[in-house]
Unconditional design. Structure first.
Length: 151
């Protein structure tokens, strides 16, 4: 660390190549979620046509608090990926908030509604994959922050 009055600047650790790979893949992954969220919220006809009537009724019937949680999960995940690429420590907090939003939506989908019946096994499997990826990104960001890569 530089002493007060010194012009010497402490060098940051070199960015490992895997950070760029993980960051770009995370960004692409999050953009898929942003597309799904946006197309669903805006009720894009070509996208919504892929769902059954029962699924459409389920999606359009979400309570406001579930939509807020979904919004937090999606946008914090996207900004977390951007923060990772910018080498910013707040990626950890953003991924943490994304997990909170994911937890709330999961409680609704699998505990307080008929989400499993409506979406079927594929919906459950995809939710598990989302959980695995989100937790992995949080742990990765924490590790990079601890190593001083994220500042």
């Amino acid at each position: 660390m530089a002493e007060p009055g010194s012009s010497r600047v402490e060098a940051r650790p070199r960015t490992p190549a895997h950070l760029w790979v993980v960051g770009v893949l995370a960004l692409l992954w999050q953009l898929v979620g942003v597309f799904d969220y946006t197309a669903t919220q805006m009720r894009v006809e070509s996208y919504m046509a892929e769902f059954t009537e029962e699924q459409l009724a389920y999606f359009t019937g979400f309570p406001g608090w579930v939509i807020v949680a979904w919004t937090i999960a999606i946008w914090c995940g996207l900004f977390g990926a951007i923060a990772l690429l910018l080498r910013r420590r707040w990626a950890v907090w953003l991924y943490g908030l994304s997990i909170v939003g994911l937890a709330v939506t999961s409680v609704y989908n699998f505990g307080l509604s008929e989400g499993v019946a409506v979406m079927g096994t594929a919906g459950v499997v995809f939710t598990v994959v989302i959980w695995i990826v989100t937790i992995a990104l949080l742990l990765y960001a924490r590790k990079m922050a601890a190593r001083g890569i994220l500042v």
